[in-house]
Design a protein. Sequence first.
Length: 115
Amino acid sequence: MAGAAPGADGGIEDRLADVVAALVPGEVVSYGDVAEDAGLPGRARAVGHLLATGSGDLPWWRVVTSDGRLVPGHEAAQAARLRAEGVVVRDGRVRAAPLGRFSRPPAAPVRRPRP
């Protein structure tokens, strides 16, 4: 970036990497969630860039799009890792997770009136 101080992007990447590194098994969040938690709202694309070009030591499989879509081209590997952590993946999307954006309390049973 022209005019940027050396290592200026390193601070942003470090903040984003810290959030991703802190994700625990079964926790699934969106790219935007990571950016917001790092204090960088609106920088979801920076999260994607970090995960696509980073060292690979981060739990990339725990980050999906806001509607639960898996990483294109890596759906099978990502789904397998998530399922191993108790995450429900169906049709290329996270449907439910123990923790994070996709965690929901069990729905109350539907009671139908008796005739």
